[in-house]
Design a protein around this ligand. Structure first.
Ligand SMILES: NC(=O)c1ccc[n+]([C@@H]2O[C@H](COP(=O)([O-])OP(=O)(O)OC[C@H]3O[C@@H](n4cnc5c(N)ncnc54)[C@H](O)[C@@H]3O)[C@@H](O)[C@H]2O)c1
Ligand SMILES: [Zn+2]
Length: 333
């Protein structure tokens, strides 16, 4: 893909895999170097983009070179954004090392960084030339990080694939034990589901919205707790439960499916109970995120496990304030 490769990684993935990848590539006769940043979401900003770009330039990266993003979603989003902007854009490859990155962030081409005033505000659509996924890399991933990726995995099953949902339900123990065969199946399914959606609608004009299932509530919850109390996947698990209840109240999702989703999330060790915030407060936060002043909100919602509700060819379904508040209260019980 290039005359020279920059491995862009975070400080933890560097220790776990970076040096080995660098040595392996050099042994294969490829010209490459490694640059890293401090692990954590706090590094996902424009200053790090500037530092990494300077280091890449200093190491001779040019328009014909390529970047290898090695690490979790933070490394992928950051390295991808550097690739999208370095000399107006160069090739890049994703090598995700967390389940969240394997299941979600490495596919679809959204790259970018946070601002002080908001997450993922500066970014681009920049597709990787390749995505290399090997679940064996998850061996030392801490349980909380594994759960993070499992929340998005359950989301994928509910939006697109009832058989995959059954697989998760029947193999939860093997998955939590990181049994390679189970993890490989998850990796394949996550990729094919997300890629199929993104291929149909890269720019999120319609179908890509289904990937936001659970996320309207999750984003509000993360913002209200200042991104400290819940990891993203933990917030998504609660969001999925609340949004399923909205779908049930609107009359097109069976209570049985709400319960099945809830119990699968709980099997994976994810909490589904909404914390006791005043529903008005959560609603106001969601309206702020969606830039809607008062009134109803539009969600992407399932009509049964594996199938999303479509209205007039679109995936947006409107729910009134009353419906949303009732669903929130129900999820607090
Ligand atoms: N671009 C997208 O479409 C998209 C989608 C979802 C999430 N995201 C972004 O992804 C980010 C979250 O990603 P994440 O959860 O992977 O976080 P992360 O990249 O911070 O990784 C979590 C932690 O795990 C460590 N780690 C990485 N690989 C490991 C391994 N194999 N073993 C042990 N530890 C390992 C990391 O160093 C880090 O400390 C957020 O910034 C979010 O906005 C992007
Ligand atoms: Zn998500």
């Amino acid at each position: 893909l290039g005359n020279n490769y920059a491995i862009v990684t975070d400080s933890k993935a560097e220790k776990l895999f970076g040096k080995r990848l660098l040595a392996g590539m050099q042994k294969a006769g490829l010209s490459c170097f490694l640059v890293s940043f401090k692990a954590g979401e706090q590094s996902k900003n424009l200053k790090t983009v500037e530092d990494l770009s300077e280091e890449c330039l200093g190491n001779g990266l040019d328009r014909k070179s390529a970047i290898i993003a090695l690490g979790g979603g933070v490394a992928g989003d950051l390295a991808g954004f550097v690739a999208a902007t370095f000399m107006r854009g160069i090739a890049f490859v994703q090598v995700p090392t967390t389940l969240l990155a394997m299941a979600d962030s490495s596919i679809g081409g959204k790259v970018g960084v946070d601002l002080e005033s908001g997450k993922n505000i500066v970014g681009a659509f920049w597709q990787p030339k390749k995505v290399f996924i090997d679940p064996v890399l998850l061996k030392e991933l801490p349980p909380r990080e594994l759960r993070n990726g499992l929340a998005e995995t359950v989301k994928h099953a509910v939006i697109a694939d009832a058989a995959f949902f059954d697989f998760l339900d029947n193999n939860a123990a093997a998955i939590l034990k990181k049994e390679p065969r189970a993890l490989l199946h998850i990796a394949e399914k996550n990729c094919s589901i997300k890629a199929a959606v993104v291929e149909k609608d890269e720019r999120e004009e319609n179908m890509r919205r289904i990937l936001n299932y659970g996320h309207t509530v999750a984003h509000a919850l993360e913002a209200l707790t200042k991104f400290k109390r819940y990891s993203h996947g933990e917030a998504v698990a609660i969001g999925l439960n609340v949004e399923a209840r909205i779908a049930e109240r609107l009359g097109f999702l069976d209570l049985i499916d709400v319960q099945r989703q809830k119990s699968l999330l709980e099997k994976f060790g994810l909490q589904t109970k909404m914390p006791r915030f005043a529903p008005e407060k959560i609603l106001a936060q969601m309206q702020k995120d969606k830039k809607s002043v008062g009134g109803s909100l539009v969600f992407a919602l399932p009509e049964r496990i594996g199938v999303m509700k479509q209205l007039d060819g679109g995936y947006g379904v409107e729910a009134t304030e009353e419906t949303i508040k009732a669903a929130l209260l129900e999820a607090m019980k």
